[in-house]
Design a protein around this ligand. Sequence first.
Ligand SMILES: NC(=O)c1ccc[n+]([C@@H]2O[C@H](COP(=O)([O-])OP(=O)(O)OC[C@H]3O[C@@H](n4cnc5c(N)ncnc54)[C@H](O)[C@@H]3O)[C@@H](O)[C@H]2O)c1
Length: 258
Amino acid sequence: MELQGKRIIVTGSARGMGAATVRTYAAAGANVYAMDLNDAEGAEVAAAAAKAGPGTVEYLHVDVADRASVEAAFQQAVNSLGGLDALAHPAAIHQAANPTDVTVEQWEAVFSVNVTGTMLTNQIAHQHMKPCGGGSIINFGSISGQRPEPSAAAYSATKGAVHSWTRCAAGEWGADNVRVNAILPAMATPMYRQARAEMSEEAATIAYWRNEYTISLGQAYGDPDEDLGPVMVFFASDASRFITGQLIPVDGGQGNVR
Ligand SMILES: NC(=O)c1ccc[n+]([C@@H]2O[C@H](COP(=O)([O-])OP(=O)(O)OC[C@H]3O[C@@H](n4cnc5c(N)ncnc54)[C@H](O)[C@@H]3O)[C@@H](O)[C@H]2O)c1
């Protein structure tokens, strides 16, 4: 389960699950490049994780929706790390918009980050992992890709697309020993708190968000460091070497126990 010497890129590293993943990987001994749009918080998270060690952490700016930006940042990381063993890719955005009046602008904004960003980061990671003999790509899907989240229709649709993409890429890149899985989390993060605050009580009780009241294991949403971190270590490690193309709920039972 240890990640000593593993060379890893983490997107969306400035907060939430990306930040927790950076801390957990550094604690497991990995050499990490943390990347985000939010440079101030991204650099702060990376510096704190590097200080705690024993792994190393560097920070780089990236816009995952922009091919040139992803290519440049990943190339710089790989040059410095000497290769790439794993990509953890939580970077995404969430937006309230219902099916009746979602606009093309809203639709394209969320698709460009969540779907195009997943395709670009995965494709470029695969290019770097192949010559290293393989690797592990960890995407982020959602229960919202399996069930409707009507108050965030575009976001919900993007997560369904991430699930399909994950299975396509896993099928194609298995021959290169590159594994591709998606975590379907339920964690208390800034994204969760903002989305929950934007939703009326009425909508929350009729929508799948009701799960927050029925989630098993005695807590509302998980803690990204305690409840997700160890799973992220498992998927970046060789212990998960025979798992690919899977959608893995890390949700306290939210998806299946309700
Ligand atoms: N929080 C939950 O319970 C939950 C549930 C289901 C799925 N998810 C998914 O889990 C993942 C992580 O979510 P979170 O709650 O930690 O989110 P978050 O909003 O707290 O953090 C997302 C990070 O991504 C970064 N980011 C956004 N756009 C970017 C871009 N274009 N390029 C680079 N970085 C960018 C943000 O700056 C931020 O630091 C997301 O894919 C989300 O859709 C979260």
